[in-house]
Ligand binder design. Structure first.
Ligand SMILES: [Zn+2]
Length: 61
């Protein structure tokens, strides 16, 4: 029982730390699609998404 409570506290703390990082613009980027052709930029781009807050950004190649 004590172990489960400790685990839950650690998880909540991790989640809060993640939000703090995101608000400080330190996102956890994960590749969504590699080398997609973006018409707007007229070149290949890689779409990245933050696994914590869901924000997306494009990486121009
Ligand atoms: Zn984020």
């Amino acid at each position: 029982m004590a172990k489960i409570l400790t685990f839950k506290k650690a998880t909540a703390r991790d989640r809060n730390r993640g939000k703090t990082l995101c608000s400080s613009n330190f996102h956890r980027w994960q590749v969504v699609t590699e080398k997609r052709f973006d018409v707007k930029h007229g070149r290949l781009v890689t779409v990245l998404r933050c696994t914590r807050c869901g924000k997306e950004r494009l990486e121009l190649l």
